[in-house]
Design a binder for this molecule. Structure first.
Ligand code: PEP
Ligand code: MG
Length: 570
């Protein structure tokens, strides 16, 4: 059976399905099998919890650092509390099964911590809830998939790919990813590309159609999944896989070349990252800097707020890895499709238009200042960090953020803590409002970076993750192209650098237009760095300007996309 989805991360993977199904933590049908038996079940589940949690901590220590691992080892310590354990045993003595005992006692502790008016205690409540969920999953036998111990050749099939799934993931054994939701610029897609794994997203009912152990082929370049392929189809895709690998290998000649067009004009080519550990990969991929560090992943991969030290260490590590090269770090872009449970964001009717990103941060100055201080400090040695604000829609937001930044500088100076006094503050242009007032925003900030993922979504009023409206969602829409052109020209007129960190920066069809309009910096996923450099290399100014003029003269998206595809494949 051939299933069609969205081509989200290029390459071909062949393997066997491992399905990650949402866990149902309903224990109402679990029988009570006597005091001793229930106590033994509880004890075994806690042992298993400790074993899994220690293994996760080891992986996280390697991938993210000791502070992140401490959260998990702290959970083991919490659950080892003898008083808490005796309370669970008492509940069993009173006739509760192990699940009910764990649920009620841990629930009671979570509520107790949550009621205390102290941020640290409330974070502990989140930890206890996390322990409860994971312990109940073990007791109910629903926590089947251990992502750190997948068999080789696994094709992961899930509703969605989340950052916490990727943290524990044993990537070497994963051949591909299939999800039921998400578009080309959704976070599942971004994570898959960062992991360099072939991925096809938005396959409706994938978890119903595919069972554990089914043979699967994932063609992330074409957006095709083949379920239980025959030998001939496997052979065909193995040869496509080889072609793809050869194409990647052919790009190696661009690794040490400067990013210049055929006339010798230079551009900056940076990489987008989602964690400090990805900076190394970015540096090795040939990127000349970091054009977007999505810091929300640092907040999502955990159960409580990362404090100033944790944040400082992450930003400082990237600054050091990229010493001598620019590192643009985006402040917390929470909300919309990026939920962070412990922040207690309220459910909203329209989360994409709601209390998110810079709006949320400005409403929580005490939380925002922790991040700003960490950024200021992290840039003290290399002076290569720049701060970027997400989802800006008006001048006031930039001014308020700058005011907080100045307060942080003052506080750090008073405490004699070193920081980068000259740190640049930039604005992400990813809303129609920001694009329309780009001239005004340019006077308030030091640089622009165009976020086409959201700019396309908001300009076209089309959900970036909804496969049903996917056809409208493309940067080749005349409305989006005009918007991009106007932003670059406003930045140029004001004399500030303009970059692009949305996925469109790596689109071969768009690259000639961006060069014509004078984009200074392209920031793409690490896996796309060399291909983007190769595209930039091939164009002379006279050609990219002719193509741009022709493309802008066309009034339909199909006309533009068709013309550009034909022009770049010549
Ligand atoms: C964008 O919107 O283009 C962008 C780069 O940010 P994100 O994909 O994280 O929303
Ligand atoms: Mg965005």
């Amino acid at each position: 059976m051939v299933l069609k989805g969205i081509n989200a991360s290029a390459g071909v993977g062949l393997g066997r399905a491992v399905c990650i199904r949402e866990e149902k933590l309903d224990y109402s049908a679990v029988p009570y099998s006597g005091k001793e038996a229930e106590k033994a079940r509880l004890k075994d589940a806690i042992d298993e919890f400790n074993r899994r949690t220690s293994a996760m901590a080891v992986r996280i220590r390697e991938q993210a650092g000791p502070k992140e691992a401490e959260i998990l080892t702290g959970q083991i310590t919490m659950l080892a509390d003898p008083f808490m354990f005796s309370q669970m045993q008492e509940a069993i003595d009173g006739g509760s099964c192990a699940e009910a005992a764990a649920d009620s006692i841990l629930g009671m502790y979570a509520d107790m911590f949550a009621a205390v008016d102290d941020e640290l205690m409330r974070q502990r409540a989140t930890d206890v809830r996390d322990i409860r969920t994971r312990l109940l999953s073990i007791l109910l036998g629903t926590a089947g998939v251990d992502l750190s111990a997948l068999p080789a050749g696994t094709i992961l099939v899930a509703r969605d790919l989340t950052p916490s799934m990727t943290v524990g993931l044993n990537k070497e054994n994963v051949a591909g990813i299939v999800t039921e939701t998400g578009g080309r610029t959704s976070h599942s897609a971004i994570l898959a590309r960062a992991l360099r794994l072939p991925a096809v997203l938005s396959i409706p009912k994938a978890l119903e159609l595919v069972q554990d152990g089914d043979g699967l082929i994932v063609d992330g370049s074409e957006g095709v999944v083949v379920l239980n392929p025959d030998a001939r189809t496997r052979g065909e895709y193995l040869s496509r896989q080889k072609d793809h690998q050869e194409q990647i290998a052919a790009l190696e000649i661009y690794r040490d070349k400067p990013t210049a067009d055929a006339d010798g004009k230079y551009y900056h080519l940076y990489a987008n990252i989602g964690s400090a550990s990805e900076a190394e990969d970015a540096a090795q991929s040939g990127a000349e800097g970091i054009g977007l560090f999505r810091t929300e992943f640092l907040f999502m991969d955990r159960t409580s707020l990362p404090d100033e030290t944790v944040q400082y260490e992450a930003y400082h590590a990237v600054s050091k890895t990229m010493a001598g090269k620019e590192v643009i770090i985006r402040t917390l872009d929470v909300g919309g499709d990026k939920a962070i449970d412990y922040l207690g964001l309220e459910q909203e009717e329209n989360p994409f238009l709601g209390h998110r990103a810079i709006r949320y941060c400005l409403s929580r100055p005490e939380l925002f200042k922790v991040q700003l201080r960490a950024l200021l400090r992290a840039g003290a040695e290399e002076k290569n960090i720049k701060i970027m604000l997400p989802l800006v829609t008006c001048v006031e937001e930039v001014r308020s953020a700058r005011e907080l930044l100045e307060q942080c500088k003052k506080e750090l100076a008073e405490a004699s803590i070193p920081f980068d006094k000259e740190i640049d503050l930039g604005v992400m242009i990813e809303t129609p409002a920001a694009a329309l007032i780009a001239d005004l925003l340019a006077k308030e900030c030091d640089f622009f970076s165009i976020g086409t993922n959201d700019l396309t979504q908001y300009t076209m009023a089309v959900d970036r993750g909804n496969a049903k409206v996917e056809k409208l969602y493309t940067p080749f829409q005349p409305a989006v192209l005009r918007s991009i052109r106007n932003v670059i020209s406003a930045g140029k007129r004001a004399g500030i650098p303009v970059g692009m960190c949305g996925e469109a920066a790596a689109d071969p069809g768009l690259i000639p237009l961006l060069m014509c309009w004078g984009l200074d910096e392209f920031s793409v996923s690490a896996a796309s760095v060399l291909a983007t450099r190769a595209q930039i290399h091939r164009w002379h100014e006279k050609d990219f300007c002719r193509i741009t003029e022709e493309a802008l003269g066309l009034s339909t998206v199909s006309g533009v996309a068709g013309y550009l595809k034909a022009s770049v494949t010549k």
